[in-house]
Write a protein of this length. Structure first.
Length: 185
């Protein structure tokens, strides 16, 4: 009679859930149906490289939040990176980016800030938020603990895990007896 160990089964299940989260991010509604979302699934040693980078950033910036979040990432089975190529304009001339027209926005110099590249189109930023929410909901629907984390995205970008995104967030997932992402010190 075969026996399936819970640790192995849960790890495999979490990777399956993470792949479903990627589908949710991809199929989430996008402004004008234009898809500039990027998703990357990271686990194993590569996931721990991101946590190491977060520890480095904590030291550089003297910010304990990076250390706290790196511990969460190490304790997670995987992390889904979701980013957007927000430096593309949507073409509405709304001015939310700080420019009067999309033409001005498109002609503006792209500058790397401490974490992300900007300016970013508000519609692309909204698309990122919707994709993140859709992916987090899929994790929740499958009872995988998760939390959207800014700091994971910044470290992943520094390491070059994404290729086209100007803004990236991470959603780590785990299956423990109690969610590791809340009631954190």
């Amino acid at each position: 009679m075969p026996v399936i160990d819970s640790d192995k089964s849960e790890a495999e299940g979490l990777l399956s859930i993470a792949k479903l989260m990627m589908v949710s991010a991809r199929t989430a509604p996008k402004s004008g149906g234009r898809d500039d979302i990027e998703t990357v699934l990271v686990f194993g040693e590569e996931k721990d490289r991101i946590a190491d980078e977060m520890d480095e950033m904590a030291s550089e910036r003297n910010l304990k939040g990076f250390t706290r979040d790196s511990k969460n990432l190490r304790d997670s089975a995987a992390v889904l990176l979701i980013g957007v190529e927000g430096t593309k304009s949507f073409g509405m001339n709304c001015g939310a980016c700080g420019f009067k027209t999309c033409k001005e926005f498109e002609e503006a110099a792209r500058r790397r800030g401490q974490d992300f590249t900007g300016p970013n189109c508000i519609f692309k930023s909204l698309d990122l938020g919707i994709a993140l929410g859709s992916a987090a909901k899929t994790a929740m629907d499958h009872n995988a603990d998760n939390r959207i984390m800014y700091r994971i995205g910044t470290a992943a970008m520094r390491l070059g895990f994404t290729k086209k995104s100007s803004v990236v967030m991470g959603i780590p997932i785990s299956a423990k007896g109690k969610s590791i992402y809340f009631d954190r010190p």
